[in-house]
Design a binder for this molecule. Structure first.
Ligand code: OFO
Length: 173
């Protein structure tokens, strides 16, 4: 049992997670066009994880007796001034998502909807991770400054990313 207000708010978050996936896919193609293959791989994985975040929401809305409404997904930005700008925007985007997850949690508490509140805890924890990782990469960019060899090494490092064990789909959990 879920209120209409909560159902609508979860559907809006579903759209945000789908947009996140779309945005990171766009960033992956930007990196690919700059021959930063490691960063492109990092962003593709990020896009896949966001897709999983959206599927978890979709499954939950249905499980709790709500109706999933798929809305239009906004067109993401396609170009950036520099690789650093991409990760700065990633951090800003994750802060924006955190704000909405917090608002959703507030609504669940206000409505005494304990199952949704418990469900949202996964996203609360995930956002801590998302912001920390994006912030760490921005700090690394700041350390290397304009160094081309630093950029090359960071590209190698980010290309070594493996899928997070924290992203399980309905099929494998
Ligand atoms: Fe779904 O965590 Fe990023 O946006």
């Amino acid at each position: 049992m879920i209120s209409k207000k909560m159902e609508q708010a979860l559907n809006q978050q579903l759209n945000r997670e789908l947009f996140s996936s779309y945005l990171y896919l766009s960033m992956a193609t930007y990196f690919e066009s700059k021959n930063l293959i490691g960063m492109s791989k990092w962003m593709r994985l990020q896009a896949e994880e966001e897709h999983i975040h959206s599927m978890k929401l979709l499954d939950f809305i249905q499980k709790i007796g709500g109706r999933v409404i798929l809305e239009q997904i906004d067109k993401p930005q396609i170009d950036w001034d520099s690789p650093l700008k991409v990760f700065q925007e990633t951090l800003e985007h994750e802060e924006f998502i955190t704000k909405h997850i917090n608002e959703l949690t507030d609504l669940a508490i206000e409505e005494r909807d304990h199952s949704t509140r418990t469900f949202l805890q996964w996203y609360v924890d995930e956002q801590v991770e998302e912001e920390a990782v994006a912030n760490e990469i921005v700090q690394k960019f700041n350390l290397i400054g304009d160094s081309k060899s630093g950029l090359y090494m960071l590209d190698q490092e980010l290309g070594a990313r493996i899928p997070s064990p924290n992203t399980q789909t309905k099929q494998n959990n």
